[in-house]
Design a protein around this ligand. Structure first.
Ligand code: ADP
Ligand code: F6P
Length: 325
């Protein structure tokens, strides 16, 4: 089969995620083994507009599958939301002989990918975000590592909470989505999991639950709070005031985005990076790779962006039963 593209450009965009390097490696190595040239576009769309473009070969991606972060760097680039810069980006691709682009990032980055496609550059998105907030896929690169990092941190917090007989509010990332909170809350046996999707500001319910558990003899209380739900420090003060139990807030923050990717993140990122190149070789464009029911598939970007993702209802349902003492 004759490849529909000759030179592939690969970029990472938006928040970084562990496993992005494994995806870059897969793009580079699959391209080369299919007889294509590969260029790395550094710092996302910002680097594209500044022509921060480097040649890549097999050696350039050696020993990166196990590392967090992204060797291509990442950025957020406001200009790229404007048509003139999207056209400029496509022209720069043509100038550098790039006729296919793999964009590794989240929803925002896929919007940018779609604009490159509209401007004549074959473009495929690969879901890379710790937030798991992309509806067309059951898996996004980085989620598995992030939840394991958060879970380990919460396990440690529980030790000190127990010693001091305290309540702990742990704030995890997720932008506006509660997947990280739901998974880490279940995995760490949290007493309460707050997500923007399901929590409607009834702090009294949390207070009552903490009081009930304390009466039953529980010595520590873990509440997992998804970012965006409310101010964890303020909530900690309210709980302490109402219950008389010392309460501390811990905001896990960007540590959730770092660290060596888990086996799952490395393998899925490798498969998705390879799939993106195969799609470009087949002449596909304006598509995004997804994982659904055990298969790596592809979807139209607009269709993917219009889908809605909700929290897993069964996981949410069981939390009620599992969080009793
Ligand atoms: P993520 O890809 O993780 O969702 P962002 O929402 O920050 O992260 O988007 C990353 C980048 O994608 C933005 O900084 C911008 O360069 C590009 N982008 C986002 N939205 C659009 C859009 N509507 N049109 C073109 N480019 C966009
Ligand atoms: O999308 C990944 C993410 O880590 C979100 O969970 C979080 O809201 C956001 O990025 C933080 O972005 P920044 O790196 O700009 O602080």
């Amino acid at each position: 089969m004759i490849n529909a593209v000759k030179t592939i450009g690969v970029l990472t965009s938006g928040g970084d995620a562990p496993g992005m390097n494994a995806a870059i490696r897969a793009v580079v190595r699959t391209s080369i083994s299919n007889g294509l040239s590969v260029k790395g576009i550094r710092r996302g769309y910002a680097g594209l507009l500044e022509e921060d473009i480097i040649d890549m070969n097999n050696l350039a991606v050696s020993d990166i599958i196990q590392t967090g972060g992204t060797i291509l760097y990442t950025a957020r680039c406001r200009e790229f939301k404007h048509e003139e810069y999207q056209k400029k980006g496509a022209e720069i691709c043509r100038k550098h002989g790039i006729d296919g682009v793999v964009v590794i990032g989240g929803d925002g980055s896929f919007n940018g990918a779609s604009k490159l496609a509209e401007n004549g550059i074959n473009t495929i998105g690969v879901p890379g975000t710790i937030d798991l907030d992309i509806a067309c896929t059951e898996y996004t690169i980085g989620f598995d590592t992030a939840i394991n990092t958060a879970m380990e941190a919460i396990d440690k917090l529980r030790d000190t909470s127990e010693s001091h007989e305290r309540c702990s509010i742990v704030e995890v990332m997720g932008r506006t989505a509660g997947h990280i909170a739901l998974w880490t809350g279940i995995a760490s046996g949290a007493e309460y999991i707050l997500t923007a999707e399901r929590f409607h500001g009834d702090i009294q319910r949390i207070i009552t639950k903490v009081q009930d558990r304390r009466r039953l003899g529980k010595k520590n209380h873990i509440i997992v709070n998804a970012e965006g739900v409310g101010n964890s420090n303020e909530m900690a003060k309210l709980i302490e005031l109402a219950t008389g139990i010392e309460t501390r807030a811990t905001i896990l923050g960007h540590i959730q985005r770092g660290g060596n990717p888990t086996c799952k993140d490395r393998v899925y990122a490798s498969a998705m990076g390879a799939k993106a190149v195969e799609l470009l070789c087949e002449g596909k464009t304006n598509r995004v790779v997804g994982y659904h029911h055990g298969e790596f598939l592809d979807f139209d970007i607009q269709e993917a962006l219009s889908m809605e993702k909700s929290l897993d209802p069964y996981l949410f349902h069981i939390t009620r039963k599992l969080t009793t003492r």
